[in-house]
Design a protein around this ligand. Structure first.
Ligand code: GLC
Length: 716
């Protein structure tokens, strides 16, 4: 619609209709007989008056194309100005066909794969009437006790930036108005939600301005620069003030510094929860605070509806919010076609499942493989035991319309490959019955190789699913110990939504494959890797702690004034634990392959970098095995002397290279001054002249390969 017509429409709106545009309701309020719909949790007993219902601006998480079509049709019939409804949803890692959880996608180190996943998700969701997704989630997370770590792409600000851009590009494409297979992206949760104190969901978040700007804003910046149409605010307080009422954060940082001019939507009931936070006495004050802070859409707290008259003094802010919402609908082409990508019939999900299988196999991380235990031989007598041997609980949290009954079990995936496969399933992740033990021991006795499928139930990660202990349930460790005690080869496959303490798994396994929650095609993707049809190439995007007590542990730590080094390890007064090492069990960037690789002849083009110049690091990667394989070469820097203490390593470049067996390939990385910039105490972002060490390797333990000097005159 032309802007002038849109402005004309805006000017016809009553104040109540304007408030309505800023309200998001659960779809059941717009169903045929809403009184039948009951809300649970904080919003139970909310009943909406008829006149409030058909002026709202959006709804979320409709269940079917029929419901979406019926709601939009009914809405347009009843809306005075025929302003179409926005239909939003949590399309986090798929809509109905489910892809691996984002923490698994983060292990792909393949932005193109993320973009493809997002595009496929958008295609399926838009065909069922969804127009906006509450994704990507770009929260920086270093605490795996926090259940929502599964929704993140890991601990590194740079990698999160790369992925954030890929998600948004995949969801939105290049012409959102006309390409109805694309949906608008809502980047979340602004800001710091993953920094929850003690890893306990919704808990306090407090950090310095330097920490915020250095590590948490870059991924939001990347999503916004990629064109994300919405930002969702987070539940938490930020430095004392709930984000939902934090005007400086939303106005100065998000709007002005990051340049975001799209729609800001609160999280679920977060406006109403300003009362729980103790900064609002009632829904009216909560609404006033949120409107004044710049929250455009109140997601399901109904505070804006409650407070209509009292919001009149905030008319200017209300008008600005309404204008942004109308423009979002216009950018989606809804005035011309309110049903947008909705199709009469389901799209071809078989094709989607094929893509899901292929993508999932690239997210699996081979953590151990002693004596080439993997890949499994098809003619081996294989015993498959454990709670995930036949489980369909493999979609992971936030799998929206995904139907577990449609997911492929590990047994089903392995059957086509194995000549002899015996299975002894375990129903629960927290108990093994006597009859189950009996079956397990029978399988132990008649198998040559044992595959032990362990993990967390999907309900153990996700929202409201923080844990104080990241070890597997003891009964699963007992199962693994007994498998190990048979003296047969033991392959452990893990289904989990967070980094775990895997010391026992490492001790009692010959091979360990981290499968995360691989989605609808789980069993096929895992079997493709177990039997060597796919050579694993995943690399951890988040450290696996040695133990819960080591949290937070991450590769880009600072040295401290008393670093633990070879020289200082004999002293008492250094930064260390008395009972465990400083290093994680598995580091950021780590993952094995069936192939073996060597990096050779690494050279740097200069020892001095002119601020306007480039420095190149080149070398060869040789595949010394008989397997074709894919390796991810990673380049890290260390700023030797800076205004603030800089991390011992910072990921700055990576390349995922496929190298055929017994051959080699060249690689080159280029660094420029902009790659060396960091946030100074005055929040300026620039590089200082001086010495930088460079590390190149296949995980964050990469060796130093050189040092160069950035010359004076760096850009500010
Ligand atoms: C949830 C989550 C948020 C999600 C929203 C809508 O509570 O915090 O990530 O998008 O509500 O379901």
């Amino acid at each position: 619609m032309e802007k002038t017509k849109l402005r004309h429409l805006f000017e016809q709106m009553t104040f109540q209709e304007k408030i309505g545009q800023l309200v998001q309701v659960s779809p059941h309020f717009l169903d045929e007989n809403p009184e039948e719909g009951t809300l649970t949790g904080p919003l139970q007993n909310v009943i909406m008056a008829e006149e409030d219902r058909f002026v709202v601006g959006s709804t979320l998480n409709t269940q079917t194309r029929e419901q979406a079509a019926a709601i939009q049709k009914r809405f347009l019939e009843k809306s005075r100005l025929k302003i179409p409804l926005l239909l939003m949803a949590d399309v986090i890692h798929g809509y109905r066909t489910i892809f691996p959880i984002p923490l698994a996608l983060g292990a792909s180190w393949n932005p193109a794969l993320i973009e493809e996943m997002a595009a496929l998700s958008a295609k399926e969701a838009s065909s069922e009437g969804i127009q906006v997704t509450f994704s990507p989630m770009v929260d920086l997370v270093r605490d795996p006790r926090w259940g929502r770590v599964l929704e993140s792409t890991g601990e590194d600000p740079y990698l999160n930036q790369v992925y954030a851009e890929a998600f948004v590009t995949g969801y939105q494409g290049t012409d959102l108005e006309k390409d109805h297979e694309k949906i608008a992206a809502c980047v979340k949760h602004f800001v710091g939600y993953g920094w929850a104190e003690a890893g306990r969901d919704y808990n306090r978040v407090d950090m310095s301005e330097v920490e915020l700007h250095q590590n948490h804003l870059p991924a939001f910046q990347a999503a916004i620069e990629a064109g994300a149409k919405l930002v969702m605010t987070s539940f938490n307080v930020f430095n004392g003030t709930p984000v939902t009422a934090n005007k400086p954060l939303l106005e100065t940082v998000l709007r002005e510094q990051l340049g975001f001019d799209g729609v800001i939507i609160s999280d679920w009931n977060a406006v109403g929860e300003l009362i729980n936070h103790g900064v609002a006495e009632d829904h009216t004050q909560a609404a006033q605070l949120a409107v004044a802070a710049g929250i455009d859409i109140d997601m399901t707290s109904y505070s804006y509806i409650h407070a209509q008259e009292e919001l009149a003094p905030l008319q200017e802010a209300i008008d600005a919010s309404v204008w942004r919402v109308l423009n979002l609908k216009n950018d989606l082409g809804l005035f011309e076609n309110p049903y947008r990508g909705l199709t009469e019939e389901p799209i071809d999900t078989e094709a989607l499942r094929g893509e899901a299988r292929k993508l999932a196999s690239q997210t699996l991380v081979l953590l151990e493989n002693h004596d080439q235990t993997l890949p499994l031989k098809a003619d081996t007598a294989i015993g498959l035991v454990g709670p995930f041997s036949q489980s369909q609980d493999v979609l992971g949290s936030w799998s929206l319309m995904g139907d577990p009954s449609q997911s492929v079990t590990l047994e089903a995936g392995m059957k086509p490959y194995a000549r002899q496969l015996q299975v002894a399933p375990v129903a629960e992740t927290t108990a093994i019955s006597a009859s189950e033990w009996q079956a397990i021991h029978n399988v132990f006795a008649t198998s040559e190789t044992l595959v032990v499928a362990l993990g967390e139930a999907s309900r153990e990660s996700g929202e409201g699913a923080s844990k104080s202990d990241i070890t597997l349930h003891p009964v699963q460790i007992e199962l693994l110990k007994q498998a190990h005690a048979t003296g047969k080869k033991v392959v452990t496959v893990l289904f989990n939504g967070r980094p775990l303490d895997l010391r026992a798994v490492k001790q009692y396994s010959d091979a360990v494959l981290e499968a995360w929650f691989p989605g609808t095609e789980a069993g096929n993707a895992v079997a493709d890797v177990l039997f060597g049809a796919v050579n694993p190439s995943g690399k951890l995007s988040m450290s696996f702690p040695y133990t819960t007590g080591q949290i937070p542990v991450y590769y880009n730590q600072i040295r401290t004034g008393r670093p633990l080094t070879e020289e200082t390890k004999g002293y008492q007064y250094v930064s260390r634990y008395l009972d465990i090492p400083n290093e994680p069990l598995y580091p950021f960037g780590y993952g094995k392959s069936y192939a073996t690789f060597e990096l050779r002849e690494i050279e740097q083009s200069t020892t001095e970098l002119d601020p306007d110049g480039e420095i190149h690091f080149s070398g060869l990667i040789k595949n010394t095995s008989n397997y074709d394989g894919t390796e991810t070469i990673q380049l890290y820097i260390h700023d030797q002397v800076a205004t603030v203490s800089r991390p011992v390593k910072e990921l700055k470049k990576f390349q995922k290279i496929t190298v055929p067996a017994q051959s080699e390939a060249p690689f080159t990385f280029t660094l420029i001054e902009a790659d060396l910039r960091y946030i100074h105490p005055d929040l300026s972002n620039h590089a200082d002249p001086g010495l930088f060490d460079v590390f190149i390797g296949t995980d964050s333990l990469a060796e130093k390969v050189g040092t160069f000097k950035l010359l004076e005159g760096g850009k500010g």
